[in-house]
Structures are given as structure tokens and as C-alpha cells.
Design a protein around this ligand. Structure first.
Ligand SMILES: [Mg+2]
Length: 298
């Protein structure tokens, strides 16, 4: 059984990391946002300002927040504008937008220069080599596109379902391009056409070699910042990897519902968990961060 994840309050690295950090990389769904992707709600979905007030407090303190999500860049552009944030990292680290109005930087990991044909996006290359076809053949009824969020993507596919990850990866390994499947956590889609699936996960198909942590490293380097200057918060196994690029990786409490998250956290010594779930956990981190820096605690 994996070791329990230390709490944010008791983690030995927390106070030092929070005192120094000036930037937070944050996941959205299941982390900053409540059920139904609501910002203006508590972790149970009831109307609440708790998370919004935490965002305002960090903005007022001049601390940077960068959304780092599986969503596409058009979605992140709108969310970041609403929250008063600037840069964002979309599609699980494959699309980095350094600031408002700036062109996206694509990152395709280990893919060689010939992986993408002329005029093709990485998203289209993943389709061309048969990734979706092979998964739906191997796991009929257990995986499908995560409509409507599968639209307007440039580098990765987003799917939903419940499949054994190692077997799914083995199926993808038969294709001509290296494509990795990653589990982006438990979701509750209002509609799907899966058969016999009770716990639905979001999955991404991404160019092999891409991690959210790589994108964070690139963004920090661009800013002239170091690992010690950064924090991350999330709720999925993919998000735990963000800890590899920052001083402290924080999980909101609901992240521990997923055994894969607990296993991933147990292999790292710089991961802590909040007491509360979703946006309430996010607000807990914001409050601890401001307190450690000696500023506003609201
Ligand atoms: Mg999430």
C-alpha cells in the first residue's frame, strides 16, 4: 500500500516552498473548479465565493497563476481572461501561450521532424495513424471521444471511459507514431454512450515524451525563474507530475479518490494534500501561501 500523502499543514517542505514561491501552476477541472466546472461554488457545488475570493487575494498580492490544463487553448484563453491571468498551458503541456495575444508554442516531445506532415497539426497526426480506431477496437464500449470537449484541439485528443491503461498503451505502441495515453482523472459527464462504465475517467492521447512538467520548466526558464520559485496544484496523476518541475506539488483532497494519484504521489517527496476538496482546497493553498509570505490572509 502506498505511503499516505502528507498534509499541506504538516509537510516539511511546505513553509519554505510557500515563502519563496512567486508563481502557481494550476489545473482547472476538479482542482480550481467545483462540480460542473463552476468557479462560483464550493466543493459540493453550492453557490460560494470562497475560490473566487482566493483568486482575488492572490491577484492583489501580485502572485502569478498560470492555468495548466488538458483543455484547449481557446477555453484557457477565456478562463484566464476572466480570472485576470496572463499565460496559460493547454492540452496537457503541448500548447504554451506565453501571454495574451501571443502565438502558441507547440511542444511534441520525442516526435521527430518527420512525424507531422505538411499542413497537419499534431492532433491530426494522432488521428491519421489510427489511435482512436485501435482503442475502440480493443475496448469496445469502454472508451469514446469526450464530446463536446474533443473539438478545436491542436495537439492532443481527449477521450473518456475506463480502460486498463497499460493495455491501452500496448495497443497504441503498435502504431507508427509514439502516442501516449494519460489518465487525467475521474469525471462526471452528463451524457456518454459508454457501456457498463461506472467510474468515468478523462484520458488524453498525447505525443510521447510530453509532460505538464516539461511545459512548466519551459515557462519558468522563459521567465528567468527557478524550480524553487514555483508551486503547482492539481487533482490527477498527470498533475502529480507537475511536482517534478516545482518546489511543492499540492493535491486537492478529492485527488486521493483515485488510487493512481496516491501511487504517483508516494514516489515523490514534494507532494502535499489539502484538507478540503476542489476549489476549497485551492483556497486553502492560496491562504497558506499568502500567510507564508507574510501578506494578506483573506
Ligand atoms: Mg483536473
Amino acid at each position: 500500500m502506498p505511503a499516505p500523502v502528507p498534509s499541506l499543514e504538516t509537510h516539511p517542505l511546505a513553509t519554505g516552498a510557500l515563502r519563496r514561491a512567486s508563481i502557481l501552476y494550476t489545473d482547472l477541472d476538479g482542482t480550481l473548479l467545483g462540480p460542473g466546472a463552476r468557479l462560483l461554488s464550493d466543493a459540493a457545488g453550492a453557490p460560494s465565493l470562497i475560490t473566487a475570493e482566493a483568486v482575488v487575494a492572490l491577484n492583489r498580492a501580485g502572485l502569478d497563476c498560470v492555468v495548466c490544463s488538458g483543455r484547449n487553448r481557446w477555453q484557457l484563453m477565456e478562463v484566464s481572461r476572466l480570472l485576470g491571468w496572463d499565460a496559460y498551458i493547454a492540452e496537457v503541456g503541448c500548447v504554451i501561450v506565453p501571454g495574451r495575444g501571443q502565438a502558441p508554442i507547440y511542444y511534441t516531445g520525442s516526435w521527430g521532424p518527420d512525424a507531422i506532415r505538411e499542413g497537419e497539426t499534431p492532433y491530426e497526426a494522432i488521428t491519421r495513424v489510427g489511435s482512436l480506431r485501435v482503442l475502440q477496437r480493443e475496448f469496445p464500449g469502454l472508451i469514446e471521444e469526450h464530446a463536446p470537449w474533443h473539438l478545436n484541439r491542436e495537439a492532443t485528443h481527449v477521450l473518456r471511459g475506463n480502460v486498463p491503461l497499460a493495455d491501452a498503451q500496448a495497443a497504441l505502441d503498435t502504431l507508427e507514431l509514439p502516442v501516449r495515453i494519460v489518465d487525467n482523472g475521474i469525471i462526471n459527464p452528463p451524457r456518454h454512450t459508454l457501456r457498463g462504465v461506472t467510474e468515468v475517467h478523462a484520458y488524453h492521447l498525447i505525443p510521447d515524451g510530453v509532460h505538464k512538467s516539461d511545459a512548466i520548466e519551459r515557462d519558468l526558464a522563459r521567465r528567468g525563474l527557478k524550480r524553487a520559485d514555483a508551486l503547482a496544484i492539481g487533482d490527477s496523476a498527470t498533475d502529480v507530475e507537475m511536482a517534478d518541475a516545482v518546489a511543492l506539488g499540492v493535491l486537492v483532497a478529492n485527488a486521493l479518490d483515485d488510487a493512481r494519484v496516491v501511487e504517483a504521489a508516494a514516489t515523490r517527496d514534494n507532494v502535499a494534500v489539502t484538507r478540503r476538496e476542489r476549489g476549497e482546497g485551492w483556497a486553502e493553498l492560496a491562504s497558506a501561501w499568502l500567510r507564508a509570505r507574510g501578506g494578506d490572509q483573506s
